[in-house]
Design a protein around this ligand. Structure first.
Ligand SMILES: [Zn+2]
Length: 126
């Protein structure tokens, strides 16, 4: 989903929303084209609502009773609670290395992106 979002953004068709959540089945973002048509782009999988990682089935976290938690990944939420008590800023710092690759060349670019994404995630909202 994030990859698709970045790809569409690069096409520069028109104004775009951030990635939004249609709980609990899919993620989407809207693209408004020059004629003001709204195009909804959906993704079939979830991003972790704590670290922003795209999750496949094997990446989901676990609730205390062992059931799957689809909001968070297994790294953030391994057994019914967050593995680490940290602030959003600390989470951004620790995740930057995972985002500095072909998508972001520098830690600064990744930081800017995550600092925009994270406040929309469930763990950091409020
Ligand atoms: Zn996570």
């Amino acid at each position: 989903m994030l990859t698709e979002y970045e790809r569409v953004k690069k096409l520069d068709i028109g104004e775009m929303t951030d990635i939004l959540e249609a709980y609990p089945t899919y993620n989407y973002f809207d693209l408004i084209d020059p004629d003001r048509n709204v195009i909804e782009v959906t993704g079939g999988y979830h991003i972790c609502q704590s670290c922003g990682m795209e999750m496949r089935n094997c990446d989901f976290g676990k609730n205390a009773d062992g059931s799957i938690n689809m909001d968070y990944c297994k790294y953030c939420y391994p057994n019914g609670k967050f593995g680490k008590d940290e602030t959003m800023e600390e989470m951004i710092e620790s995740c930057i290395p995972f985002y500095v690759d072909e998508r972001f060349k520098t830690a600064e670019e990744a930081h800017t992106y995550l600092a925009k994404l994270y406040p929309n995630l469930k763990r950091w909202k409020i």
